[in-house]
Design a protein around this ligand. Structure first.
Ligand SMILES: *Cc1c(COP(=O)(O)O)cnc(C)c1O
Length: 400
């Protein structure tokens, strides 16, 4: 399957801009992370559309490769997975409202119960629906974000302990500095968590670690780990251990839709911030901030045209950016790579993230629904999901 044949698939669906999602890399990353997890269960965090990679396809691939559950932040994200036919346990780690209790119970979601009202609503719904709902409780041990203070968490757990419609299955916390070299606060949070967990030792499952915790402090694994960024083949930060080798999953690509030569004094894009000496070859890329490519990379970004790094010229628009391809032979219709690839490629999520003063997480998560996702196995597209497809559409091998 050549890049041109893949682009041909996209042409039927959208502008020639697409994200290739390597499901074999997802599987390999899950296996590596599972090895690191030891006996702990692995929750594949697929919130925010699997950090931009596509929650349904990535979730399925992660489960096949050994994740035992999927994790999301909200009930609606979980319902999308259920609607696609995912039957594995789904942990909702963020806020849910009592008004969502019916959906939580009906769809067998494991909610994080953050209030007695929510616990009561789930309990009542489960009794009405004739079932028992699993719930988890989150303890705030220093992130000061979502969760309950230790005493509140214990009081809530005890108040729900004997509820007939629910079972408090898990107790968890989230680490603030797991991706930093200095682990002092990690251990401080863990100690605070352990002190709470000991007082509700009837709760069977405890979990603390994200990807950074799993890679750097596996002694904290306990019964389960919640892994996001590592599944996507990226490391949480430069400080985190890289002994487990992970492969980037996303490659954002496009075809050049126009190539022309600049005359002396020509300017490019809004605001005329780049001016030609004359003779430069300009390549037009159908990708802009509306697709999730940061506008802050105006005049700073770069793309890969074959082996050649081509700088972004002038202002990045909502739908387009212009590159200088003077030093490449590329012509109209040729494929280029905008984001992804291994660290050091020049366009990796790490490098581009650094260029626009953010983290790799944000670079992939930003990629918008307008960009078709092409799911790859063994270098071949196996499914595609465009803006108007609620779920990935399998490409039977007959398509080729
Ligand atoms: C997103 C998230 C994770 C995963 O974090 P990574 O750094 O991507 O591994 C784990 N736990 C919670 C509560 C999260 O929200």
């Amino acid at each position: 399957m050549t890049q041109n044949e893949i682009a041909g698939l996209v042409d039927r669906l959208a502008r020639p801009l697409w994200a290739e999602i390597d499901l074999d890399a997802v599987a390999a990353n899950v296996r590596a992370l599972r090895a690191q997890a030891g006996r702990a269960e692995l929750v594949a965090m697929v919130k925010a559309n699997a950090y931009g990679h596509g929650a349904v396809a990535v979730g399925r691939a992660a489960l096949e490769a050994g994740a035992s559950r999927l994790g999301v932040v909200s009930v609606d994200e979980a319902l999308q997975l259920r609607a696609a036919g995912v039957s594995a346990p789904i942990l909702v780690v963020g806020y849910s409202a009592p008004a969502q209790a019916a959906a939580i119970v009906r769809e067998r979601l494991t909610a994080t119960v953050n209030s007695f009202e929510l616990g009561q609503a789930i309990d009542a719904e489960a009794l009405r629906q004739g079932t028992i709902a699993e719930v988890h409780i989150k303890v705030d041990t220093g992130l000061n974000r979502f969760g309950l203070e230790g005493e509140e968490a214990i009081a809530l757990a005890e108040s729900l302990r004997n509820a007939a419609g629910l079972h408090v299955e898990g107790l968890f916390t989230h680490l603030a500095t797991a991706d930093e070299a200095d682990k002092a606060f990690v251990f401080q949070q863990f100690e605070a968590f352990r002190a709470v967990a000991e007082r509700v030792d009837w709760i069977p499952l405890r979990h603390t670690s994200n990807t950074a915790g799993l890679l750097d402090t596996p002694a904290l694994n306990q019964g389960m780990v919640r892994v996001g960024i590592g599944i996507y083949g990226l490391y949480p930060s430069p400080a985190v251990d890289r002994a487990q080798s992970l492969s980037p999953v996303m490659a954002l690509k496009a075809r050049l839709i126009r190539v022309h030569t600049a005359a002396p004094g020509d300017t490019v894009s809004y605001g005329r911030h780049w001016q030609a000496a004359g003779g430069e070859r300009l390549g037009l890329v159908p990708c802009g901030y509306g697709d999730g490519y940061p506008r802050t990379l105006s005049g700073k970004g770069r793309v890969l045209v074959g082996d050649v790094t081509a700088p972004v010229l002038g202002t990045i628009a909502m739908d387009h950016l212009v590159i200088d391809i003077t030093s490449s032979q590329a012509g109209e219709g040729d494929p280029i790579q905008i984001l992804g690839g291994p660290p050091g490629s020049g366009v990796s999520a790490d490098e581009l993230g650094t260029l626009c003063e953010t983290i790799n997480y944000e670079m992939t998560t930003r990629i918008s629904a307008r960009v078709p996702r092409i799911y790859m196995r063994a270098g071949k597209p196996v499914a595609i999901q465009g803006l108007n497809d609620p779920f990935p559409v399998d490409l039977g091998s007959a398509s080729f």
